[in-house]
Design a protein around this ligand. Structure first.
Ligand SMILES: [Zn+2]
Length: 69
């Protein structure tokens, strides 16, 4: 992966996530979308955890007793 320079040429590195803009220019360009992306990546962990939990439970035996080890 080679670093992308910001589309605007401000000297900062751009990010694919920000459509090849740096976070600063992207924020200046469309602050609403920036907020969306920023808050999205911030809440990824809990959301993924919930998802993993659902995927990981094979049946209804989510609360299997630990005595069996
Ligand atoms: Zn920039």
């Amino acid at each position: 992966m080679s670093p992308i320079m910001c589309k605007v040429g401000c000297g900062f590195f751009g990010t694919e996530k920000f459509d090849s803009f740096c976070s600063k220019c992207f924020k200046a360009r469309c602050p609403e979308k920036f907020q969306e992306i920023a808050s999205d990546s911030a809440s990824v962990t809990p959301r993924n955890k919930a998802l993993t939990r659902i995927v990981n439970s094979p049946g209804a035996q989510e609360d299997e007793p630990l005595h069996d080890l």
